[in-house]
Design a protein around this ligand. Structure first.
Ligand SMILES: Nc1ncnc2c1ncn2[C@@H]1O[C@H](COP(=O)(O)OP(=O)(O)O)[C@@H](O)[C@H]1O
Ligand SMILES: [Mg+2]
Length: 460
């Protein structure tokens, strides 16, 4: 039987999508109205009833046009119990819905990968040497924001990238490179799905080993902070829930991944123009954010001076592939150690920016900022409590130091010794956080602002 192309169904469906897309958590364009949605390619993965169609659409908004992928399910009979927001509408008498919550349909993706099949423009493959078990039911995880991940049994996790960019995805590329050099601190990549976008083979999905017993780094760290705040008479090191041992092991894991990335993909010395460019980007961001957020104004001269100091660094700075968006929510503690997840890089940056070589200190700075956030999030709304504030500060200091010590043990050099660069990266991140909190959670503005004050004071 030849598969139907379902062109009419797709055309009808496209008229529903401008209203439906903004209701989806992963849709990145919620700040502007959707003006049009054009289907650009669609592939029938399961024909008949039920029906499963992979669909790529181009979404027009006032200032941008971006491609997204959808899994469209459809049934004549009863629609399975997928969440109500998944329902897209009735087309030609069929109920259509986003199918990532329909385990009968998502099972097909794993089968196709296990068999190494090509369907139309979509190529389903396993990584070299990987053997997949099939017949597993999948459920979507609920914790994430920008992509959709499906967990198959307790074995695999398939991340379907929602907003697509032409080419090999950086997350898959770095996972492959790390696996080739035997890195123990990432979940093994096991398979991939590749489509075509703008004529280029484009990663649309990545399958990895799932760690069912892993604990999220952010949850572990904030639990430790809560333990401390519950008993203000205790010092962080006296606590049962002290996190410093984990923070140190995490530092060692990050340093190992950095070394593995260098081994796999090489390094380049930073030239004077790389440092100049980094300074320009940091200063431009500062000016932009300060124009929007009056509370940042008092810090501008000192921040500018800190960023400008990077131009006069004379010791060699190495540039390499880095994680790019490292924080406690991107690491998992498994029974055997820490894993780093999600190497796609900064969500807001362009693909070109994300794939540039950078100093590994960017990741260190990201993690140090995350320790501050873990400690200070419990102070939101009670920053005037001096005991709690002290507790938070000492928790953050202890764990930041432990992280750097663990890093130094593996790297052979302590990131804190490169103080000018590290301080600039931390403050640049904090300036970004100021703009994020200003736009999204004004109550939290005090968190990055307090950090900026602290970092500037410590440095003087
Ligand atoms: N291999 C894995 N094992 C267990 N949980 C995982 C694994 N990979 C991802 N997760 C969970 O899924 C969440 C989202 O994964 P991530 O790769 O960060 O996707 P996103 O790009 O959507 O942020 C993680 O925060 C983690 O809780
Ligand atoms: Mg993530």
């Amino acid at each position: 039987m030849t598969a139907q192309t379902h062109d009419d169904l797709i055309a009808e469906l496209a008229t529903e999508l401008p209203a439906w897309l903004p209701t989806q958590r992963w849709f990145a364009g919620k700040d502007r109205a959707v003006t049009a949605v054009r289907p650009v390619s669609w592939t029938t993965l399961l024909d008949g009833d039920p029906l499963l169609i992979h669909l790529v659409v181009e979404v027009d908004q006032e200032d941008r046009t971006e491609p997204y992928q959808l899994l469209v399910g459809s049934r004549q009979a009863q629609v399975p119990d997928v969440s109500s927001s998944a329902s897209i509408g009735l087309e030609s008498g069929l109920t259509c819905y986003e199918a990532s919550g329909d385990a009968d349909l998502t099972a097909v993706l794993l089968e196709l990968m296990a068999r190494g099949t090509t369907v139309g423009e979509l190529t389903f493959e396993t990584e070299e040497g990987a053997e997949l078990e099939t017949g597993l039911r999948a459920h979507p995880i609920t914790s994430e924001q920008s992509n959709t991940s499906l967990v198959y049994g307790r074995q695999y996790i398939l991340k379907m990238f929602r907003k697509l960019s032409p080419g090999l995805n950086k997350d898959l590329r770095l996972h492959r490179a790390l696996r080739e050099v035997g890195c123990h601190h990432v979940a093994d990549p096991l398979g991939s799905i590749t489509g075509v976008l703008d004529g280029e083979p484009t990663t649309i999905g990545m399958l990895q080993r799932f760690m069912p017993d892993a604990a999220d780094g952010w949850v572990m760290a904030t639990t430790s902070v809560r333990d401390l705040m519950a008993d203000p008479s205790m010092a962080p090191e006296e606590l049962g829930g002290d996190f410093a041992g984990e923070a140190s092991r995490l530092g060692a894991a990050v340093a190992t991944v950095h070394a593995d990335l260098r081994r796999a993909l090489g390094t380049e010395p930073a030239g004077a123009d790389d440092l100049d460019e980094a300074v320009t980007v940091m200063v431009e961001r500062l000016d932009r954010v300060a124009a929007d957020v009056p509370a940042l104004a008092v810090h501008v001269p000192a921040l500018r001076e800190t960023f400008e100091a990077v131009r006069s660094i004379t010791s060699p700075v190495e540039m390499q592939y880095v994680h790019g968006d490292l924080h406690l929510g991107q690491v998992l503690r498994t029974l055997s150690g820490w894993l780093l997840l999600d190497f796609e890089g900064e969500p807001a940056a362009s693909v070109a920016e994300r794939s540039r070589l950078r100093s590994a200190l960017r990741d260190v700075a990201g993690m140090l900022r995350s320790f501050d956030y873990a400690a200070q999030q419990l102070l939101v709304g009670r920053a005037d409590d001096p005991v709690l504030t002290d507790q938070a500060m000492s928790w953050a200091r202890r764990n930041r130091d432990a992280f750097c010590e663990g890093y130094a043990e593996v790297a052979g050099t302590d990131p804190r010794d490169e103080a000018v660069l590290l301080r600039a990266f931390e403050l640049d991140k904090a300036v970004y956080e100021v703009s994020y909190e200003h736009a999204n959670r004004p109550d939290w503005l005090s968190v990055p602002l307090a950090s900026i004050t602290r970092i500037m004071t410590e440095g003087s």
